[in-house]
Design a protein around this ligand. Sequence first.
Ligand code: QAP
Ligand code: CO
Length: 173
Amino acid sequence: MTSPELLPILRYPDPRLHTVARPVAQVDDRIRTLIARMLATMYDAQGIGLAATQVDVHERLIVIDVSEERNQPMVLINPAVEWASAETRKGEEGCLSVPGIYDGVERPVAVRVRAQDEHGAERTIEAEGLLAVCIQHEMDHLMGKVFVEYLSPLKRNRIKTRLAKAQREAVRG
Ligand code: QAP
Ligand code: CO
């Protein structure tokens, strides 16, 4: 078995990161192939979560693995938040689309989410801690939202400048 093909990850401030995803109409082999590629891409980049938006596919699909051993892949198709805790917490976040940048974002500490799995079966996921943060961060991507949009315009502009500089240096080599 050959490993799934890796997908290029869009980098902030790519305007395509602000596309609103449409629902996945049918959980079929096309979607399962995409899931395999997204998981391979996430593991290769040492991420804990990746939304389809980040690989320029604008459908409601997320892959996550917050396990230490990197062996507990989760797939959320057409996720919907059923409930979020009133209690919130500010935690450090990063993003594969915003490499090298980390900052605090305040979010509910726990959520209950309904989603389909890779077979199209409906499941309810109760999450808290890192998993809850990751699900919310990835669901934001599906709405075209990147975590830096929670930061002040000043911080966001500094991040844009820094990423543009890093990009120029990478291109020049
Ligand atoms: C979202 O983010 C997340 O800057 C997933 O150089 C992050 O997987 C949810 C990464 C934190 C909750 C808490 C970022 C890898 C990975 C980088 C990621 C980098 C290499 C980010
Ligand atoms: Co992200």
